[in-house]
Ligand binder design. Structure first.
Ligand SMILES: *Cc1c(COP(=O)(O)O)cnc(C)c1O
Length: 380
């Protein structure tokens, strides 16, 4: 079935006792057994399995075109659980323009447990090939990246990693499964900060992993239960409600972002715009090949000083000044002082993150109001 149909139906059947069309919120920690250790369908304790979570996990797996889905208490909890499949001495290659919290998790938490990380520019295949070692177990990629919107060739990275026995994990948060399906491009694990486009309404923190490989899925199911970083049934219900409209929201996010990118490109106060949908973007052709559309995120740099840009962020009225992204409402932020402040300034600059960079999460409001708001904020 097509994406929009799976978004509405996958993982969800009418409730067998009443026919309720919506999956119930199973607020239960435990399940009654008829005889010691005779368990219905694996439901013995809700850390291990909960029916509302099962419905959501099946829905998310279907949207990514994968076999197995796992939901977690946050995006970082999902990455942490995946990294717990590794052992001391294992090596991970990751992109140099990652979500700041992923960097912090790698450097300040996982390195203590003896996992080694090499940070490279994954948009250059030669850099990936050169960084692969005997002990490399995982290549971790974001595309488009945050906040520079760089594009990595997922099929090429998967081929290079597989040739050396490493798996490829993709943080697909920026694209959403509607725009990009890494498993179909040969990658092994997809991760989402469900908090963003999948949740879509800025009211839930959640993460997810999706994979095809049965042995890996078994390990992840064990870790999800053994480590316990799970979401509650209420949040699972909210996200099930959200994914039903993912395709509709993404179409409008893309349409609005395309218009905002064109508007900013022509604006006299703007120096440059980073959006993969613009023909001059270095990743444009690759993005056109591996994505359905170019997404709702874009970044730009104003002419003038860093302070001019920061002041413009504080002047918008429809765009809210806030971290996060992917909700129906438009957001504006200044990554160097907000989302990416945890990355050392030298490292930020080395990876091309300008001190004056401004990031937009373009929402689904009317485009006329979005453009008028940006215009008054830039020209004031
Ligand atoms: C927000 C985000 C994360 C972290 O997810 P949380 O749900 O906040 O834990 C990871 N990767 C990307 C690209 C993100 O935007």
């Amino acid at each position: 079935m097509k994406f929009g149909t799976r978004a509405v139906h996958a993982g969800q059947t009418p409730d067998p006792t009443t026919g309720a069309i919506m999956t119930p919120i199973y607020c239960t920690s435990t399940y009654v057994q008829e005889y010691p250790a005779v368990v219905k369908d694996g439901y013995d304790y809700s850390r291990g399995k909960n029916p509302t979570r099962t419905a959501l996990q099946d829905n998310l797996a279907s949207l990514e075109g994968g076999k197995h889905g796992f939901a977690f208490a946050s995006g970082l909890a999902a990455i942490t659980t995946l990294l717990q499949t590794l052992s001391p001495g294992d090596h991970v290659i990751c992109g140099n323009d990652l979500y700041g919290g992923s960097f912090r998790l790698f450097r300040r938490v996982m390195e203590k447990f003896g996992v080694r990380f090499t940070v490279i520019d994954t948009t250059e295949l030669a850099h990936v090939e050169a960084a692969l070692e005997e002990t490399t177990r995982l290549v971790w990629v974001e595309t488009p990246t945050n906040p520079l919107l760089r594009i990595t060739d997922l099929a090429a990275v998967a081929a290079a990693a597989h040739a050396r026995g490493a798996l490829v994990g993709v943080d697909n948060t920026f694209a959403s499964p509607f725009l990009q399906q890494p498993l179909a491009l040969g990658c092994d694990i997809v991760m989402h900060s469900v908090t963003k486009y999948l949740g879509g309404h800025s009211d839930v923190i959640m993460g997810a992993l999706v994979c095809n490989e049965d042995a890996l899925a078994e390990e992840l199911a064990f870790l999800q239960m053994a480590v316990g970083a799970i979401p509650g049934p209420m949040d699972c219900f909210l996200v099930l409600r959200s994914t039903k409209t993912l395709h509709l929201r993404m179409e409008r996010h893309c349409e609005n972002a395309r218009a905002v990118a064109a508007f900013l490109s022509d604006h006299p106060r703007v120096d440059r715009v980073l959006y993969p949908g613009l023909p001059e973007h270095p990743g444009h052709e690759l993005a056109a090949r591996q994505m359905r559309d170019f997404g709702g995120m874009l970044s730009f740099v104003m002419k003038g000083s860093v302070e001019d840009g920061m002041a413009a962020c504080a002047r918008t009225r429809v765009f809210s000044l806030a971290e996060s992204l992917g909700g129906v409402e438009s957001l504006i932020e200044h990554p160097p002082s907000m989302t990416h402040a945890s990355i050392p300034a030298e490292q930020r600059r080395a990876s091309g993150l300008d001190d004056g960079l401004i990031r937009l999460s373009v929402g689904v409001e009317h485009i006329d109001d979005l453009l008028a708001d940006l215009d008054q904020a830039l020209t004031a």
